[in-house]
Design a protein around this ligand. Structure first.
Ligand code: C5P
Length: 224
């Protein structure tokens, strides 16, 4: 059977990665978390104190950047490596999340990431989630899903997730982070977040994870 490209885009904390991961597992596809890549770049820039407004500094920092994913059988998840170091936990922290939209708005950063993403997905059999997958990285993807959810519900879900990782953050702080990210992601000049014309809308406000996964699988089967 032919292996297609499934592009999942949408706002922050709608359950994109959870859904994409499980869809990939059900189909025997590879899951690629592009948000993790932008988070890793951000961590790299933070560690090197890169001045974001200095194009030469950005380019040279990108030259010394290597991002890879490696499967951890214990968690059954792909984990993110930055120059050989496992940064999976670090990149999920709020101090990184706060700066990602600024870093991911830089043209040189997007070019470098998109090139790597296209190389990883070329052969199909992937579920890729992000902000610009259906519009920019793989405009020819066979199945495109655009995920959204009520902002309050998204903040609550995010809070529970951070709790589970031992980070206690106030709901209003998370809501602000989500609002700020949505705003920056949708208004930037370089491939902003928007629903592709041919993307199917999935509002997860009142869906369980299982229901979200089933929804995408049904959309996938309808494409075959
Ligand atoms: O998906 P996640 O929340 O991990 O993404 C973190 C940030 O990375 C987003 O808020 C956005 O600024 C950026 N991003 C992007 N393009 C993508 C994926 C993520 O700009 N394809």
């Amino acid at each position: 059977s032919t292996k297609i490209i499934i592009a999942i885009d949408g706002y922050s904390s709608c359950g994109k990665s959870t859904t994409a991961k499980q869809v990939a597992a059900r189909l025997g596809y590879t899951y690629i978390d592009t948000g993790a890549m932008y988070r890793a770049v951000t961590l790299h820039f933070l560690q090197r104190r890169v001045e974001l407004t200095n194009p030469e500094a950005v380019t040279s920092a990108l030259d010394s950047l290597h991002i890879a994913f490696s499967f951890n059988p214990e968690t059954a998840c792909n984990e993110t490596y930055l120059n050989g170091v496992n940064v999976e936990n670090e990149i999920r922290k709020l101090y990184v999340a706060n700066l990602v939209p600024e870093v991911s708005a830089i043209r040189e950063v997007r070019r470098a990431m998109v090139t790597q993403q296209q190389a990883m997905g070329r052969k199909g059999g992937i579920v890729m989630d992000g902000r610009d997958i259906g519009t920019h990285v793989f405009p020819e993807a066979e199945l495109k899903v655009f995920m959204t959810a009520d902002p309050i519900i998204r903040a609550e879900r995010r809070q529970i997730e951070l709790w589970a990782k031992g980070e206690a953050v106030e709901l209003h702080e998370i809501a602000e982070n989500i609002k700020k990210r949505d705003h920056l992601d949708t208004t930037r000049t370089e491939s902003p977040l928007r629903r592709a014309d041919d993307a199917q809308l999935l509002d997860t406000s009142f869906f369980t994870i299982d229901e979200q996964v089933d929804w995408v699988i049904r959309a996938y089967k309808a494409k075959l």
